[in-house]
Design a protein around this ligand. Structure first.
Ligand code: ADP
Ligand code: MG
Length: 294
């Protein structure tokens, strides 16, 4: 097996009363492009911050290149773009890149880096004069300055328009094609699908699924079928049943088949509604039904 570059073992992290991570285990190997997918507040940023050594777990263990993420030599092998960055507004773009480069033994060529992130020609522009999208691209580019083996990008495309987002995706793919390892977070399945081969779904501080993008896409296809009826026969394909006053909610991967079965079974129902579930809801249902070690 290829080398494990970053790992969390049974990691828990509390902020006061908030349990931000609850027993998370994760291995990322050389050459992987892993997407951490989950809604706001799921614990994605907390996990990244632990993996890169910015914060420490309340319990459990984190490893970077087989050792402590607090070790400065190991940290030189990674690049990080936090979810929020504040760059000094009066520095010029070229100065920011040079400043970060100075911390690494082997840094990327400035012109090539700026070009790859669609920032060519902006060397002399003050950071404060960049657009929001340009600032975000610069923040992401800085993760690549030190020629890292492994980059962590926390919601890299937040605030970017479609074109800029695609340019950034290309840059990330390029790095990965050259052998780089990537861990990125997003709350868009579409973004994870565009980039990652492996998706780790995080919800309420736990790993809800760790699978291929295709498998996660199938799980995400779960629908909520709501209806009003007195009683329901046993129906195939129902993942969960929930009563809410006079209404019954059924979760299923195949809403069409379920509706056909309802009609065929001559169930007197009214108020039929079919809606997509949130990813988190879909995963909570699946994992509640089939508990398994992540
Ligand atoms: P995500 O990145 O998936 O949106 P976070 O890791 O930022 O999730 O947050 C996970 C949980 O931890 C949330 O409930 C959030 O409010 C809480 N949290 C995160 N950082 C802090 C902090 N510095 N102090 C207190 N609570 C925090
Ligand atoms: Mg976050």
């Amino acid at each position: 097996m290829t080398e494990i570059l970053t790992r969390a073992v049974e990691v828990t992290r509390r902020y006061g009363d908030v349990l931000a991570l609850d027993g998370v285990s994760l291995d990322v190997r050389q050459g992987e492009l892993v997407g951490l997918l989950g809604p706001n507040g799921a614990g994605k940023s907390t996990l990244i911050n632990l993996l890169v050594g910015l914060r420490r777990p309340s319990s459990g263990r984190v490893e970077l290149f087989g050792g402590s993420p607090a070790d400065p030599v190991r940290r030189r092998g990674i690049g990080v773009t936090p979810q929020e960055t504040g760059l000094p507004p009066t520095l010029r773009v070229g100065e920011v890149v040079d400043f970060v480069s100075a911390h690494y033994p082997r840094s990327a060529d400035r012109g090539a880096l700026l070009e790859r992130f669609a920032l060519s020609g902006l060397d002399r522009r003050q950071v404060g004069g960049l657009s929001g999208g340009q600032k975000r691209r610069l923040a992401v580019a800085l993760a690549f300055v030190g020629n890292p083996r492994l980059v962590f990008l926390d919601e890299p495309t937040t605030g970017l328009d479609v074109e800029a987002r695609r340019a950034l995706w290309d840059a990330i793919r390029h790095f990965h094609a050259d052998g780089g390892t990537v861990v990125l977070t997003s709350h868009y399945l579409e973004e994870i699908e565009a980039l990652a081969e492996r998706v780790v779904v995080i919800g309420q501080g736990r790993v809800l699924a760790d699978d291929t993008t295709a498998a996660v896409r199938d799980m995400a296809g779960i629908r909520r079928v709501t209806l009003v009826c007195d009683s329901l026969p046993e129906l195939p394909g129902v993942l969960s049943t929930e009563h809410d006053g006079s209404r019954t909610h059924l979760l299923t991967a195949d809403a069409d088949a379920l509706v056909r079965d309802l009609v065929r079974a001559d169930v007197p129902f009214s108020g039929l509604e079919i809606r997509p579930t949130s990813l988190e809801e879909a995963f909570l249902v699946i994992t509640a039904r089939a508990p398994q070690a992540a």
